[in-house]
Design a protein around this ligand. Structure first.
Ligand code: SAH
Length: 233
C-alpha cells in the first residue's frame, strides 16, 4: 500500500506546539484503526481515539515514515523496532486504561507507546537502555507537547525504585522471565504486562497484584518483541 509521504519536521512542531488533528495522515490513521485495530477486536473507545490521533509517523525515522501506518513493526535503529500498531493498542487495552495512574514502561524505543499511555495516565516514567534512543524519544515527546512523560537512560531490569510504586508497569522488551524487582514495584491492585520468553516462543503475560498482595498470572497472545538486555549484555 502506498502512503502519502508524511514529513513534518519536528522543528515546526516545536514552534507550533502539540500536533493538532490537522496533520498529514488522518486518513491513514483512520484506516489503520478501522482495519488493523477495530478489525482485530479492540473496542475500548479511549484506546481507539488515541490511536486515531497520535502521530505515529513522527516517532519513526524519516526513511520509514511513509510506511508508518502499515500493519507491522518498523526498524527505528540500533537493532530495535517500534511495535506494530495493533500490538500497541492491544497492550494499552490490556493494561486497563483507567485515568489517573502512574505508569512505568521498560523499553522507551521511539517513545510512541509512552505517548499513547501519556494520554490515559497522570505520568509515564519510561526507561531506555540505548542512550541515543532515550535522547531522541525525549526530544520527540517534548516537541510534540507530551509534558507528563519522563524518559530515563538505563537498564530497566530493576525498574525505577525512586518513583515506585506504580499502578501499571509495561515491558516492551521481552525478558526470559518477569523480573521480581518489577513485580515488587507494583502497587496492590496494580497490573503488569510483559512479553515473556525467548525469541520465537514469547507470549504476553498479564500480572495482577491483588489487594492481599497475591499474584494472578494470565497468558495472552503469542508475540515477537526485541529481547530485554540485562546487566552488562
Ligand atoms: N515501546 C517502544 C518499542 C520498544 S522496542 C516504542 O513504542 O517504540 C524495545 C526497546 O527496549 C528497545 O528500544 C531496547 O533498546 C529497549 N531495551 C532492551 N532492554 C532494555 C532494558 N534492560 N532496559 C531498558 N530498555 C531496554
Amino acid at each position: 500500500m502506498a502512503l502519502r509521504r508524511c514529513s513534518w519536521p519536528l522543528l515546526a512542531l516545536a514552534l507550533t506546539g502539540p500536533l493538532s488533528a490537522e496533520d498529514c495522515c488522518i486518513a491513514e490513521r483512520q484506516r489503520m484503526v478501522r482495519e488493523q485495530i477495530q478489525g482485530r477486536g479492540i473496542t475500548n473507545s479511549e484506546v481507539l481515539r488515541i490511536m486515531q490521533t497520535t502521530p505515529r509517523h513522527l516517532f519513526v525515522p524519516a526513511q520509514v515514515r511513509s510506511i508508518a501506518y502499515e500493519d507491522h513493526a518498523l526498524p527505528i535503529g540500533y537493532g530495535v523496532t517500534i511495535s506494530q500498531p495493533y500490538i500497541v493498542a492491544l497492550m494499552t487495552e490490556l493494561l486497563g486504561p483507567a485515568r489517573g495512574p502512574r505508569v512505568l514502561e521498560i523499553g522507551t524505543g521511539s517513545g510512541y507507546q509512552a505517548a499513547v499511555l501519556a494520554q490515559l495516565t497522570s505520568h509515564v516514567y519510561t526507561i531506555e537502555i540505548v542512550p541515543e534512543l532515550a535522547k531522541s524519544a525525549r526530544e520527540t515527546l517534548r516537541a510534540l507537547g507530551y509534558r507528563n512523560v519522563t524518559v530515563r537512560e538505563g537498564d530497566g531490569y530493576q525498574g525505577w525504585p525512586g518513583q515506585a510504586p506504580f499502578d501499571r508497569i509495561i515491558l516492551t522488551a521481552a525478558p526470559p522471565d518477569i523480573p521480581q524487582e518489577l513485580i515488587a514495584e507494583l502497587k496492590t491492585g496494580g497490573r503488569l504486562l510483559a512479553p515473556v520468553g525467548l525469541v520465537g516462543t514469547q507470549r504476553l503475560v498479564l500480572i495482577d497484584k491483588g489487594a492481599d498482595g497475591r499474584i494472578r498470572r494470565q497468558e495472552k497472545e503469542d508475540v515477537a518483541f526485541v529481547p530485554m538486555k540485562t546487566g552488562a549484555k
